[in-house]
Design a protein around this ligand. Sequence first.
Ligand code: MLC
Ligand code: AMP
Length: 491
Amino acid sequence: MLHLVRQAQAHPKNTAIISDGQSYTYNQLLEQSDHFAQRLLNGQADLAEARVAFMVMPGFDYVRVQWGIWRAGGMAVPLCLTYPPASLDYVLSDTGADIVVASARYTTIIKPLVEARQLRFIELEQLDEYDAIILPDLMPERKAMILYTSGTTSLPKGVVTTHANLDAQITSLVTAWEWQPTDHILCVLPLHHVHGIINVIGCALWAGACCEFLPEFSAADVFAAFQRGTINLFMAVPTIYFKLITYWERLHTPDQEALTAVMRPFRLMVSGSAALPVTVMEKWERVSGQILLERYGMTEIGMAISNPYRGKRVPGHIGQPLAGVGIRLVDDYDQPVADSQPGEIQVQGPTVFLDYWQRPQATADAFTDDGWFRTGDVAVVDDGSYKILGRSSIDIIKSGGYKLSALEIEEVLRTHPAIDDCGVIALPDEEWGETVAAVLVALHPIDLAELNQWIRTQLPPYKVPRQYRVVAELPRNAMGKVTKNDLKQLF
Ligand code: MLC
Ligand code: AMP
């Protein structure tokens, strides 16, 4: 039996989930995910790692579908809710999805793709007849999930994790951050990435705690939920804290004070997925009375380094390796660096993913000969605490906590009939961390408003360039490579 299910059975009557104004106990989650697993299986003994893509709003439905896929022996492929059809189709094709599950509100966008590929389609709200069977007994080594990550290749790669990986990623955090069955967390994050899936939902449901969902982030809704007085944990990306601070600063003093009073008793507030600016950490302490705990992670490894739950949280630093996570800093030859020297963070241990889906070369390239995962992030140990200095690739962008690949955005832009060539770069931004900008070489005069509309049919909003410049030619070095630092000077 899956460990997560065994954990849930220990707290049958606790509230597991609050969404759409309704509460659901662990018993209901176990029962409903069992029913959904039966529906997926429809008499079959085991989905045998079939890929089940699902497009479901955050909330009880999302979790019962995710658990149903797992309990039926399938691999869960959560789809981004703001993907345009082109991006959805890429994931269906790359995973070789067998089954697609969607809430009614997403049927219009996804059903034509499902029909073109002749996949099995399950509309969540429809009631199907199915044959009841006993659910398969699953080993922890079974593949559980594929999450898509943009990296140093132009096409996003599927990161495959096993149940053993997920269990290790969750338990390291449950221990480090002292999760309790009495905890109550608010989830506002998108659910196609580890931050929401592992750190928020995974940990809460492992601990027998309550996970309350907002369908999407809004500062007003977050504060309204806090004011009900039951939530005691919150986790978000720095952009969300920035937006909450901006909202709070516009309130009248009595309203500000009321909110601060509600947040002061929280047990824990965590920031991650991108560098937390020291100014945001300091302002948030004034707003909420909370010293944010910053931690570092990645889709391929879950969380790896964290400031302490008890003990000093150092601004601008990510803390110490989590228990059970092997960390080393290395030079360009994969040799450990001397104390206080910067090096690439490499990670080893049970939290590290299995492989990139059907990309053996990319998987081999991502590991050293002795089995350490190369994160591409450069850090230094400063007075006992790790500090991120940057990334080894200029083509990786972090915007609003999302990782984006400049190469992927360039490939898409080059397919536009008016564009001859282009270079995509990140510009520093107080609110988003970085924003995307594109420099274009045009074949014909470009209507930027039209281009902006077109690119939104190709990429989700968070990957769309926010600024453009049109030039006669791109600056290049002696090797013919576009010099991206020169592109930045154009803005
Ligand atoms: C959206 N907008 C942006 C933008 N994203 N502008 C610049 N840069 C961006 N990246 C614009 C939109 O186009 C829109 O304007 C306006 O902002 C509002 O858009 P929105 O989509 O409604 O924004 P919002 O909902 O406020 O989203 C902000 C956010 C979201 C911070 C809530 O970006 C988010 O959920 N980020 C979290 C991502 C995450 O979970 N990452 C974890 C990855 S895992 P217009 O003009 O278009 O209307 C990982 C590992 C780890 O990293 O360590 O955790
Ligand atoms: P993703 O691939 O979307 O999982 O993003 C992982 C990347 O986010 C890491 O490789 C880091 O570059 C970045 N990241 C995560 N947490 C932090 C942090 N606390 N500080 C700086 N960068 C971070």
